[in-house]
Design a protein around this ligand. Structure first.
Ligand code: ZN
Length: 302
């Protein structure tokens, strides 16, 4: 069936296909580097960090080659890229300067991402560092209430975590609790992460439908805006956050394939954050495409 692809634009209507890509680099040429890397994986979406996770000043967003980038995306059928916020932000921090730093970085990131015209910023809700979950949830919501004015064009996506360290946002209930305390809830979404969800104790391998049902009841599936597709180096319920290559961890290829192809994830950017630069073959595996360099192998239709 012929399907016409709509050109990319911010707030464009949903695109009815699997959007699968990887966490790519913006080194040197900004979006051009990210998109070239995405093209090299035959992927149709991607994720970037616009600033270094080592801190320091962010590169001016005007150096990211926005115009050329957006037209390159249009020409190559690449849609709905995602920005991941710096790991250095902890909106749950009890330390005033760390908390204020997080608020200023996320506020700035909203401006930067709106300039690029992307729709989503994914962020880790935060770590309570000893103060307890209730404290953290209140603190994160307070930060989001400081940041959001309701006029934002981007959606801030809370990422579901693995329960490692003192992180919050591990259970769907915790994520819902944060959202419930924010005034401009319409600006919030959720990014699921297969590694984190499985490690925390959601059995997405044997019962992904059950997970989705719970997600819908607790948060609402309309908030699911992004997915991180990673295998896990640690077993079910381990509360560890160790990403494995696709098919090489405790989740396994078949389960990840089922998730990637699930109708609920159509139109939603799905991003690999796996180690070792194997993105091209991992994407091919997940999409049932012929493996890299397999000459004229028959493609299995989706
Ligand atoms: Zn993340």
């Amino acid at each position: 069936m012929f399907e016409k692809k709509e050109p990319y634009q911010a707030n464009s209507p949903a695109i009815p296909e699997i959007l699968l890509g990887a966490n790519v680099s913006v080194a040197k040429t900004g979006l051009l580097a990210a998109i070239q890397e995405t093209i090299s994986y035959d992927a149709n979406t991607y994720m970037i960090y616009t600033r270094s996770n080592r801190g320091g000043n962010a590169r001016p967003i005007s150096e990211f080659h926005r115009e050329e980038g957006l037209s390159l995306m249009q020409n190559h059928g690449i849609f709905d890229p995602v920005v991941h916020l710096s790991y250095l932000v902890n909106l749950a921090s009890p330390k005033e300067d760390t908390w204020e730093y997080g608020i200023s970085i996320l506020s700035e990131e909203i401006q930067r991402v709106e300039y690029l015209g992307f729709r989503y910023i994914v962020f880790h809700p935060g770590s309570h560092v000893g103060q307890g979950e209730e404290y953290a949830i209140t603190r994160i919501a307070a930060a989001l209430n400081r940041i959001l004015s309701g006029t934002e064009k981007v959606t801030l996506c809370l990422e579901t975590m693995a329960g490692d360290g003192s992180k919050v946002g591990n259970s769907l209930e915790q994520v819902a609790d944060i959202i419930a305390r924010v005034s401009h809830q319409e600006k919030l979404g959720v990014c699921m992460d297969t590694c984190h969800n499985y490690s925390f104790g959601y059995d997405i391998v044997n019962d992904f439908e059950g997970f989705l049902k719970q997600f819908d009841q607790v948060i609402g599936l309309d908030r699911l805006k992004c997915a991180h597709i990673n295998d896990s180096k640690t077993p079910f319920g381990s509360h560890k956050d160790r990403h494995a290559n696709i098919g090489e961890g405790s989740i396994g290829l078949e389960a990840l394939r089922r998730i990637v192809h699930h109708p609920i994830l159509r139109n939603i950017p799905q991003i690999l954050e796996t180690p070792g630069g194997k993105y091209k073959s991992e994407i091919n595996l997940l999409l049932n495409r012929p493996l890299v360099d397999a000459p004229s192998a028959l493609s299995i239709p989706l």
